[in-house]
Write a protein that binds this ligand. Structure first.
Ligand code: AMP
Length: 114
């Protein structure tokens, strides 16, 4: 049984979010604690806790998310580049157990990440 996360509540409009994109499969909204001038979270509407729970049937969904991420980055004016991040599990720094892509941009990114 999966627990209801804060992202499920955003999808269901039970709590507010600054939504920047939505379609049948996914939703994007500004991160409440931005780590860069642009910091958008892109989530599937399907509840998948982490990358580890992805199954074969999710391939098209995850491909769709990447296509949307690229289009959104363009719409957000991230012409100089940007970073996509999917944290997974405790060591990966994941706090919300609903898979999400961070779209980070608006400043130069360093490597390695912290
Ligand atoms: P992660 O650490 O990869 O699980 O990322 C979770 C992200 O969700 C963090 O960057 C948080 O700032 C963000 N976050 C948590 N609650 C909210 C919320 N209510 N609205 C928008 N972003 C949120």
């Amino acid at each position: 049984m999966s627990e209801t996360t804060i992202f499920r509540k955003i999808i269901d409009r039970e709590i507010p979010a600054d939504i920047v994109y939505e379609d049948d499969l996914c939703l994007a909204f500004n991160d409440i604690n931005p780590q860069s001038p642009t910091h958008v979270l892109l989530i599937p509407k399907k509840e998948i806790p982490t990358v580890n729970e992805l199954v074969e049937e999710d391939q098209t969904l995850m491909g769709h998310l990447l296509l949307v991420a690229g289009k959104l980055a363009g719409q957000l004016g991230l012409d100089g580049g940007y970073r996509l991040v999917i944290n997974c599990g405790r060591d990966g720094g994941q706090e919300v157990d609903h898979i999400h892509i961070h779209i980070l941009g608006g400043r130069g990114m360093s490597w390695p990440p912290g």
